[in-house]
Design a protein around this ligand. Structure first.
Ligand SMILES: [Zn+2]
Length: 396
């Protein structure tokens, strides 16, 4: 008998995972159908939800509180946090329907099974148990929109709970860590650089300003920065990539080989260790760019190099020594903890004075891939985590 036949039916959360995966919540789509479903599910257990919307009212965050047995719904307790959106499946070779969670032997396939609907679904599946056993402190659920496009939605949710004076003492973000405790992650800042040169016939290059070549000089500077971090640090060996990385991902410029190009645009990012300052890194790039402009201005004073920030996600490092880390270690059944290179919503909760760790089922390598999958064993471990959590946060 395959493992799944024995194990999968014992999973409390499997039906809920199937339900959440069935909603196409690709970031560009509305997530309201999923949010409405969860709101109705919680209402069925007597729990109200607070929604915060995006400007177009097409997407919402959901925040819901299971009050403590004494009625306390605001002071202390923890948040179980997940994002509802998933990355696109366009152009990916899927062998199963991506929005149907499909069990094949010991793996469950579907968009979002690892990143990160399973964690949210399993948490929600334990609502009846949390309520039946009664809570010592409130337990909150946070479901956000637009995480995959820069952790946009959760900022409104956090602002709303701060305004309503809901004061959780800790938060667990269930991004895929293979149920290992993550107490730190890198920060990220991304930028667009626009180089405006001066067009000329390519037989007359000295009369033009070649925007592509200027851009490439800056890209090369970024490459040298990346090598410097790789070779000289600073380092934190607890990270899978133990130094700050610098990367240029997109470049566009020029129109034809016989024209000195007027425009070139490229996007780059710093994924920095929590102790490195991305603003100082950008200042370094700006100083280099400034050394290129006198030669440009000598040909045409209207030429220029501009930088625009595209996104910002702070780093997180709790060093593993606080109350939520202790709770996480107890529930995960191990005192090991690690640090990861991908950013999460954890740093935004942390910056709102809510101590936060990351711990969820599945492996980040499966996230964003065609045929995204999660091992049934990971789902079982997540359910064990929730049971141990219930043992600690419940009265009975
Ligand atoms: Zn995620």
């Amino acid at each position: 008998m395959p493992a799944s036949a024995a194990v999968a039916p014992a999973l409390v959360g499997l039906d809920l995972i199937r339900t959440l995966v069935a909603f196409d919540t690709t970031s560009r789509e509305s997530n309201l159908a999923l949010i409405d479903w969860v709101r109705d599910y919680l209402a069925g257990h007597g729990i109200d939800s607070q929604l915060t919307f995006d400007d177009a009212q097409r997407k919402a965050n959901l925040f819901a509180t299971l009050p403590a047995r004494d009625g306390n719904a605001t002071a202390g307790g923890i948040v179980l946090s997940g994002h509802t959106d998933v990355v696109p499946v366009d152009g990916q070779p899927w062998e199963t329907p991506p929005f149907t969670a499909t069990l094949v032997e010991d793996k469950l396939y579907g968009r979002g099974v690892a990143d990160m609907k399973s964690f949210s679904a399993i948490g929600l599946a334990f609502v009846p148990e949390f309520l039946r056993r009664g809570l010592k402190r409130p337990l909150h659920f946070s479901l956000s929109y637009d995480e995959e496009v820069g952790c946009i939605g959760v900022r409104r949710l956090i602002a709303d709970i701060v305004k309503r004076k809901v004061r959780p003492s800790g938060c667990i973000v269930g991004e895929p860590t293979e149920m290992r405790l993550v107490v730190a992650h890198k920060g990220k800042k991304s930028y667009r650089c626009r180089v405006r040169g001066h067009e000329a016939h390519s037989s007359l290059t000295p009369r033009g300003v070649n925007a592509v070549q200027i851009a490439c000089e800056i890209v090369s500077f970024l490459t040298r920065m990346a090598r410097r971090f790789r070779d000289r640090g600073g380092f934190d060996a607890a990270f899978d990539v133990p130094y700050t990385t610098v990367h240029t991902g997109v470049i566009r410029g020029g129109t034809a080989l016989n024209i000195v190009p007027r425009d070139c645009v490229f996007d780059f990012e710093f994924r920095h260790l929590p102790f490195d300052d991305p603003d100082a890194l950008l200042a370094e790039v700006r100083r280099f760019a400034a050394t290129l402009t006198p030669e440009m201005h000598a040909v045409d004073p209207s030429t220029h190099i501009e930088f625009e920030q595209l996104s910002a996600m702070p780093g997180l490092d709790t060093h593993g020594g606080n109350e939520i880390a202790e709770l996480g270690m107890a529930c995960a059944g191990t005192r090991d903890f690690g640090k990861v290179s991908f950013g999460t919503e954890a740093s935004l909760f942390h910056n709102a004075d809510i101590s936060t760790i990351v711990c969820g089922p599945g492996h980040i390598d499966q996230a964003h891939q065609p045929n995204e999958w999660i091992a049934i064993e990971q789902l079982a471990r997540c359910e064990d985590f929730m049971r141990r959590l219930a043992d600690r946060v419940c009265v009975a």
